[in-house]
Design a protein around this ligand. Sequence first.
Ligand SMILES: [Zn+2]
Length: 58
Amino acid sequence: MTKRKIACPICKKPAEENWLPFCSKRCADADLGHWLSDDYAIPGEPVSPAPEDPSAED
Ligand SMILES: [Zn+2]
């Protein structure tokens, strides 16, 4: 039996069989989102969501 431990490419945790090569649906979706947003090639992903504030004063 040659069962390798695969690290999730998103969070580096051990991958789950159900979500290979990811560890969870969350990471699988995250990876898909990266591809769709075409920023997957950017090293060191800047996680800084800036939601617009509808109640912003002017
Ligand atoms: Zn993960």
